[in-house]
Design a protein around this ligand. Structure first.
Ligand SMILES: [Zn+2]
Length: 398
């Protein structure tokens, strides 16, 4: 990294250390996911045709990990605690398809590979698997990359891969020299037993960190440089990242470089082949790089409304204007609207579309408060209905 870049990064990092400035520097940006679940004619919830609960479980993992608040982050050695980043990048399920029609399962597109005539990916080696994905599966199933981030969940059994991702195109990140995505292949692939943290997951990769790592790549992050040369991201400590740590103990003195006695930052999400329990952080330098990639390469997602439903295509006029705040929320949610009727219905749905709260308000005068603080953390949808009109907003409970 050249001295000017290092200087700018240092300023950004010092700004980020000041609580108030964080929010100004990093506005929340959203990545709406469409998850193509590739199965072998199995019933929903069996084999490769993942249970909705397993699919949904990955969202809270991603959002906690990208907020610097994920599982096991409390294990961070104190020397690096100040580097743990909140990226302010939030992943949500797409709510409508490419025609604007509500999806029956938020964020999910189930595909029977037999109906498509696709081969069994479980037996392919990694080279053949990636070629088959790029030449056949992805082009035949990808949704408009301007509006959706595409994810494919499938069997990568024989390949030895847990996941892989395209890098962002035209990001301006100097270390990206190939493997960038385009309109027919951009996105993230994850082995079906490494997605989420429940049901048919595979230890020790059963806490959703494969996807966290792959979205790091999708947003431009490289693996750690292995050796006593400089890292491309300035706040990553230099060390021997030999990628065979599995479950290391801090400090990893066997892999130190001169001047870096704390050794490699093996708990970083971008280390490879480490158990899910032992990786739990992005650094501020990585967060800044990801923000750059988001803006330069995936900036159209900022304008995408597929994850913030406003309407159903067949009846586009029948929605209400209302707001929910604060977002994210602790569960005490304020709702405001300028609807004229005093009778409204408020409903809260979890990420599986199940109703968790319902109230008929008979004297609505522009605002209301609902209490979801007893609900588990995660993504919810607040539906407001008035006469024949309805609208939904999403909210994150943390
Ligand atoms: Zn990787």
């Amino acid at each position: 990294m050249n001295p000017i870049k290092t200087f700018i990064l240092t300023i950004l990092i010092s700004l980020l250390s000041i609580g108030e400035t964080k929010a100004q520097l990093f506005s929340t940006d959203t990545v709406p996911l469409i998850i193509h679940v590739i199965h072998n004619s199995e019933a929903i919830g069996t084999g490769h045709n993942l249970n909705p609960a397993q699919i949904a479980s990955q969202f809270s993992i991603l959002n906690s990990d990208f907020a610097g608040q994920g599982w096991t982050v409390s294990h961070i050695p104190s020397v690096w605690a100040s580097l743990v980043a909140n990226t302010h990048i939030v992943f949500v399920p797409a709510l409508v398809d490419t025609n604007g029609v509500l999806l029956s399962e938020p964020g999910v597109d189930r595909i029977d590979r037999n109906s498509k005539g696709w081969s069994n990916t479980a037996t392919m080696n990694s080279v053949n698997l990636q070629a088959y994905l790029n030449n056949t599966i992805k082009p035949q199933s990808i949704w408009n990359t301007n509006n959706y981030c595409n994810v494919w969940i499938l069997d990568m059994g024989a390949s030895g891969l847990l996941g892989y991702s395209t890098f962002p195109a035209n990001s301006g990140l100097t270390w990206i020299t190939g493997g960038t995505g385009n309109a027919t292949n951009d996105g993230v692939c994850v082995h079906y037993r490494c997605w989420g943290d429940t049901l048919n997951t595979m230890a020790p990769y059963n806490h959703g960190r494969t996807a966290t790592h792959e979205f790091g790549h999708w947003l431009g992050l490289p693996h750690m440089f292995n050796g006593c040369g400089a890292q491309v991201i300035a706040d990553i400590p230099i060390g021997n990242y030999n990628q065979s740590f599995s479950s290391p103990v801090f400090p990893d003195v066997a892999d130190t470089c001169s001047g870096y006695p704390n050794g490699p930052m093996f708990m970083n999400f971008m280390c490879n082949a480490i158990n899910d329990s032992d990786i739990y952080m992005f650094t501020l330098g990585q967060a800044i790089a990801m923000r750059q990639a988001y803006i330069n390469s995936h900036g159209s997602l900022k304008l995408s409304n597929v994850g913030t439903i406003t309407s159903v295509a067949s009846n586009p006029k029948s929605f209400l204007d209302f707001k929910v705040f604060p977002n994210p929320s602790s569960g005490i949610i304020h709702i405001t609207s300028n609807v004229k009727s005093k009778k409204i219905e408020i409903k809260a749905l979890n990420s599986l579309g199940e109703s968790v709260y319902q109230e008929n308000v008979t004297n609505f005068v522009g605002s209301s408060v609902i209490d979801l603080s007893k609900q588990s953390k995660g993504l919810y949808f607040i539906e407001m209905r008035c006469n024949d009109k309805t609208s939904i907003q999403k909210i994150m409970i943390q």
